[in-house]
Design a protein around this ligand. Structure first.
Ligand code: MN
Length: 717
């Protein structure tokens, strides 16, 4: 078991100025809270966080990471609380520990295989600090090293998860030694027979092979010296899993896999790397297609090296990697290299921030030969605007940031979206506008009769949800306008003793449809429903000489002339009908709503929607299924009629004062009737046209100030 002093020595060696105190304190804390807990191996539990911290120290990570490594299991497995950790070690350590804890709670279960890529993305997206991932990798590495103590089933499950999720993440982050070790260990538990076969094959002729390695190493070293290149030459077996993959994918027997050994030449500078490459290629014939220049074009994870495969001294393939010491360091720790101490200095604060390393990658984009490969590798990081959420079955769905349960429902299925009435996130009911975050499990509640709402458009984030909701509303509006238009036409035609239903199928109807510029009868009828065409206009096409209804002419009174401007309002303006655009609107004559009044709409036979004041007695009598939500539009330049009564003692000039007062407030008088009562009171009934309740209130207030006026009020039936 590694000791804390080994870890402290290692950190101090890397950076003499490192703050060892936080590591020391984390160790004491961890030892205290894990006290008495035992690993399956029989060792004290503390050995696990210690080993994890040791791996992190091996990666040259900063003291905060190592302290967090020592504490990574305390929240989940001990009585220690997040508050305690924050108070003792600060926000940064708590944030990292909390991140690791959150990640540990995910279970991938049976959905693993088909969703590995989404799950990897999800893990990367969940970590708001890349050190969370690094600790998780170290944690998994130690767990794999001690996997033998688990039961067979559990072993296979953990190994599968490691191979599918964690090894690829390590590779993506460029930490190849962890990737190799995770792969090898998983391979051993998942396919023990194949593992043993390759292991045995590698060890037969081991002596001969070792001699061969020494030969090639010595030869390369001598050649480098001859050209005065200061170098380090290494030779190693490739990991068993990659040998296995090569055998499977290229259908080779073990004997045919030549490059089970890889050589590496490490030099001081980049120009020397190319010199060394020249020497190697002049000694042994290179296989062209096997040459890769990752120095000029680094991998997205910053990996740099020259890779070449040559026909070696015995006619066999030899893989050789050529790189500088710095590149070798990066290849060992990958992304982690950016968190380690550099030349004793403190790590750049900004680098520790969320995916700051992606910035490096983006800036170096011109170095990448194949932009597609680059994008593929860092896609998730280039678009941190994604969230990953689970279905109740454990499937992962990718959504844009800010997405809501409605978006999720439409991703599942259009029907689920259309019928969604509510949602549970992590078991709790939430509003449909609730913002989902990565890791949430979302359960949609549906109901057969439920319908999408126009309001959803205000918060949905996905194109799919938006277009499906719009589509639905459009169909509904059309259907509604159709039945409305039909009722209106039937009624108008019936008055003229014509049967609209029969005429609808006539040839004459097709001419009429064309006359109005429509393609089908339905389009024309819908247009009537929308209020764009009136039933009378349609009717007239069927009656060459329509009897014009005698228009009742109102008698012009002296007062009318005195007051002048009588403004007629346009009908349907100023009111929005929920779920319907451009519908024919009429206002109830009984209650005469004006903007500002609470209103309610009723679908009427033949005449679109009639709007009443919410407290109108007539409206209250109507059947609720005809009721429809309506609202005033925000701005309207229309004016609306409203009846008022003015009670006053009679006097000379009273009417003139009333007219002046009304006109001063820019309201118009539409009609006026005056009656004198026995008690010498005069009641003046006026219809005014006003812009809204505010306007009306101002007019009424000014009327109340007129001399001799007793009472002024709006008539409200
Ligand atoms: Mn652990």
């Amino acid at each position: 078991m590694i000791r804390i002093t080994d870890i402290l020595d290692r950190v101090a060696e890397n950076n003499p100025e490192a703050d060892l105190d936080i590591i020391d304190r984390a160790y004491i804390f961890s030892a205290r809270v894990h006290d008495g807990q035992i690993r399956l191996s029989g060792e004290p539990y503390l050995s696990h966080p210690l080993e994890v911290a040791g791996i992190l120290a091996e990666m040259n990570l900063d003291p905060v990471s190592i302290a967090a490594g020592l504490l990574h299991d305390v929240v989940e497995d001990t009585h220690a609380t997040p508050d305690e950790i924050e108070q003792t070690f600060g926000k940064e350590v708590l944030r990292i520990v909390a991140g690791v804890t959150k990640m540990s709670k995910l279970s991938f279960g049976s959905t693993l295989a088909r969703q590995a890529e989404s799950l990897r993305k999800m893990l990367l997206a969940m970590a708001d600090d890349i050190r969370v991932i690094l600790i998780k990798l170290a944690d998994r590495l130690h767990n794999m090293r001690t996997l033998a103590f688990h039961k067979t089933d559990k072993r296979r499950q953990i190994a599968r998860e490691t191979l599918d999720i964690y090894a690829p993440i390590a590779a993506r982050l460029g930490i190849y030694w962890i990737k190799n070790e995770l792969e090898n260990a998983s391979f051993m538990y998942l396919m023990p027979d194949e593992y043993d076969r390759i292991k045995n094959s590698v060890s037969t002729d081991r002596t001969a092979r070792e001699a061969y390695i020494e030969d090639v190493k010595g030869y390369l070293r001598n050649q480098m010296e001859e050209y005065q290149l200061n170098s380090e030459v290494l030779g190693r077996y490739k990991n068993y899993y990659s040998i296995y993959l090569k055998m499977v994918t290229q259908n080779l027997a073990f004997e045919d896999v030549y490059d089970i050994i890889a050589f590496r030449i490490i030099l001081d500078t980049i120009p020397r790397c190319y010199e060394a490459l020249g020497i190697v290629h002049s000694l042994w014939k290179p296989i062209d297609i096997k040459f890769k220049d990752y120095i000029a074009r680094p991998k997205p994870n910053m990996y740099q090296s020259l890779h070449t495969t040559v026909i070696g001294p015995r006619g066999e393939r030899v893989e050789i990697q050529i790189r500088t010491h710095e590149m070798d360091r990066v290849a060992k720790s990958g992304i982690a290299a950016h968190w380690s101490y550099k030349e004793g200095g403190k790590t750049d604060e900004s680098i520790g921030k969320r995916f700051a390393w992606i910035q490096n990658l983006v800036e170096n984009q011109e170095n990448f030969a194949n932009p597609d490969e680059f994008l593929e590798n860092v896609r998730i990081d280039l678009y941190p605007d994604e969230v990953y959420v689970f279905t109740p079955q454990g499937d992962v769905k990718t959504l844009p940031k800010g997405a809501t349960p409605v978006d999720f429902a439409y991703v599942i299925h259009t029907e689920v979206g259309n019928q969604c009435t509510g949602a549970k996130v992590n078991g709790r009911l939430v509003p449909l506008s609730h913002e989902l975050v990565t890791g949430d499990t979302v359960d949609i509640v549906t109901s057969k009769n439920h319908k999408p709402s126009k309001d959803w458009l205000k918060f949905v984030k996905t194109v799919k949800a938006r277009s499906r909701i719009r589509q639905w509303i459009k169909i509904q509006e059309k259907n509604r306008s159709l039945s409305l238009g039909r009722e209106m036409c039937e009624k108008a035609f019936r008055k003229q003793r014509l049967n609209f239903t029969t005429l609808m199928k006539s040839d004459q109807m097709l001419e009429v449809v064309a006359h109005f510029g429509f393609k089908t009868v339905d389009d024309l009828i819908a247009s009537v429903g929308y209020g764009k065409t009136t039933p009378l206009q349609v009717l007239r096409r069927f009656m060459p000489k329509p009897e014009e209804e005698a228009e009742e002419k109102s008698r012009e009174t002296i007062l009318d002339r005195l007051i002048g401007r009588v403004k007629k309002r346009k009908p349907s303006a100023g009111v929005l009908v929920k779920g319907l655009d451009d519908i024919l609107i009429r206002f109830g004559k009984c209650c005469q709503p004006v903007p500002g009044d609470p209103i309610v709409g009723y679908i009427t036979r033949g005449y679109g929607v009639t709007v009443h004041r919410a407290n109108c007695v007539n409206a209250l009598k109507m059947s609720p299924e005809r009721q429809i939500d309506v609202a005033w539009t925000e701005e309207t330049s229309e004016t609306y009629p409203v009846k008022i009564v003015i009670v006053s003692y009679d006097r000379v000039g009273l009417l003139a004062d009333i007219a002046t007062s009304i006109s001063k407030h820019e309201a118009n008088i539409v009609s006026l009737n005056t009656t004198t009562k026995a008690n010498e009171l005069v009641e003046s009934y006026l219809t005014l046209s006003v812009a809204g309740t505010g306007h009306l209130d101002r007019v009424l207030a000014s009327l109340r100030k007129i001399h001799m006026v007793q009472d002024v009020r709006r008539l409200n039936r």
